[in-house]
Design a binder for this molecule. Structure first.
Ligand SMILES: [Zn+2]
Length: 181
């Protein structure tokens, strides 16, 4: 590598927060260490993005923050037992975001269970690609209901709604969980 190229790499590593040495064009121990850190960090990120069908990814866990503990437990269980490839799209929602969604006609109610952390949207992938087709959500719904029964956590699937079919949507049932439970 030429001095110019080394400087360029050092600058990039510094910008990304991996390198704290001087931009001197000298490929020393600090530069080597920084490169190693950058590669590791990228590997972690890639693993997180692709995910595995078994177990929640870091991104899933982040998106489940603020969601009711029972619903978190259920999603975790299904992630482990189901063969459907899915990830958490959204969990708890702010009032501001809910108002935006209504404006965009993506939601119909300010009574959404997302606002209180009683709902999650789970996105299905087929051959690694996101799908919105309801038929692909039926198996996930089946697995969700099976685990829900096993864990004693009553849920409702948005795909069962008559007027506004919402295949990605799963919520704790109103009958068993009020806004405050
Ligand atoms: Zn939803």
């Amino acid at each position: 590598m030429s001095k110019k190229h080394i400087k360029q790499s050092q600058r990039q590593l510094k910008k990304a927060g991996f390198y704290f040495g001087a931009i001197d064009g000298d490929w020393g121990a600090l530069s080597v260490k920084a490169t190693k850190k950058a590669i590791e960090s990228n590997a972690v990120k890639l693993k997180d993005e692709s995910g595995s069908s078994k177990g929640l990814t870091e991104r899933d866990k982040k998106r489940l923050a603020g969601v009711h503990k029972d619903l978190q437990r259920l999603v975790k269980h299904v992630k482990k037992t189901s063969d459907v490839d899915f990830f958490v799209g959204e969990g708890r929602r702010t009032t501001k975001r809910q108002k935006q969604l209504i404006k965009q006609a993506k939601s119909t109610t300010m009574n959404s269970r997302h606002l209180t952390g009683h709902a999650v949207d789970l996105i299905v992938r087929v051959d690694g690609k996101v799908t919105w087709k309801l038929k692909h959500y039926r198996q996930l719904a089946k697995d969700m209901k099976k685990s829900a029964k096993k864990l004693g956590i009553p849920i409702t699937w948005g795909g069962d709604w008559k007027t506004f079919k919402d295949g990605v949507h799963f919520q704790l049932s109103w009958g068993s969980y009020s806004k405050y439970t």
